[in-house]
Design a protein. Structure first.
Length: 332
């Protein structure tokens, strides 16, 4: 082992609890507030069971507010958890959160620009900390983290450009935003594939995990094939994804998400990593509100956490098949 100290958020009880709670409530926000409610709202005429529809809308709004609160608390607690060993990273994370919240409160162009710069810098710093002292066997994981950070940063580039243009009194280009979001989408779709490869290199998935991967692949394929135009609209509502990439890319990514997510959920020490994967979807490709920026920072920080490996052999990080499931154990 070298002198580098990993993040070890798996040992921070408060971070794990907030991560799982935010992921659970964020899933409700994603499904109800961003998908079901908009779909029902676009149905012409009176919708049968209007009270139930209104109740869904109300629950979606509450989930939205609850997710925002949990994510803010999670970022602050996670920043405090890494402060001892990674002080510059902790300061950058807290500063990013402070400017993001200040932007939401003041709508100041200058504060918005500073917040976007700090958020993108936080993405880079998180990956840098994870990569420092990593073993060669951890390269697929680092590739996944790097793709995630790059995708999140690219998704925020149009916001950064808009705030910079507003400071200068100029106009920003729509075409540049579309290119940035497409690049971000490609990186974020590729990231789960890298995590899936990393998982397959250190352990053999169980039948349950392969079943989850199959269901995810079939579900993604059916969703994309049923009505492409409608699927694109729902995808934009949910995550900001325009589905501009080939269908195969989304099916492969969904397969790896199902595999990795199930594997991480089965291990008590890796469930916060599963929460990070869910929160990536909650953050979205086109961040619409302030807490999506904080959600992205929290998600990447969770995914960068490395579970301790007891020996220099990367396979020692997985003593029981399908129970620990820490492909990121090689990072330490």
């Amino acid at each position: 082992m070298n002198g580098h100290v990993p993040l070890r958020l798996s040992t921070a009880f408060g971070v794990r609890v907030l991560a799982l709670a935010a992921a659970l409530l964020g899933s409700v926000e994603l499904g109800v507030h961003r998908v079901v409610a908009p779909v029902l709202a676009h149905i012409p005429g009176e919708v049968p069971g209007q009270r139930f529809v209104d109740a869904l809308a109300w629950s979606g709004e509450r989930a939205f507010a609850g997710t925002a609160l949990l994510v803010v608390c999670g970022v602050v607690v996670a920043g405090g958890a890494v402060f001892r060993d990674h002080r510059p990273l902790a300061v950058l994370i807290i500063a990013s959160a402070a400017f993001t919240l200040a932007d939401a409160a003041t709508r100041s162009v200058g504060i918005a620009f500073a917040g976007h710069v700090l958020t993108i810098a936080a993405f880079a710093a998180i990956v840098a900390v994870a990569a420092r002292g990593a073993r060669p066997a951890a390269r697929p994981v680092l590739a996944g983290l790097g793709l995630t950070a790059f995708g999140l940063a690219a998704a925020r580039w149009p916001l950064l450009a808009d705030s910079w243009s507003a400071l200068l009194g100029a106009r920003s280009g729509v075409g540049t935003a579309f290119v940035a979001w497409t690049v971000a989408e490609a990186a974020l779709v590729a990231a789960p594939v890298a995590f899936g490869i990393a998982l397959l290199l250190v352990t053999t998935p169980s039948r349950l995990e392969w079943a989850a991967a199959t269901v995810a692949a079939l579900g993604a394929g059916a969703f994309l094939a049923a009505e492409p135009g409608y699927a694109g609209l729902v995808s934009i509502w949910a995550t900001g994804s325009t589905l501009a990439l080939p269908t195969f890319a989304y099916v492969l990514s969904a397969t790896c998400v199902g595999l990795v997510l199930t594997h991480w959920l089965r291990g008590p020490s890796t469930r916060h990593l599963a929460a990070g994967l869910v929160l990536l979807a909650v953050a979205g490709v086109q961040p619409a509100v302030a807490h999506h920026n904080l959600t992205a920072v929290f998600a990447l920080l969770l995914l960068a956490d490395a579970s301790p490996a007891p020996s220099h052999d990367v396979r020692a990080a997985v003593p029981e098949r399908g129970t620990v499931g820490s492909a990121v154990g090689a990072l330490e």
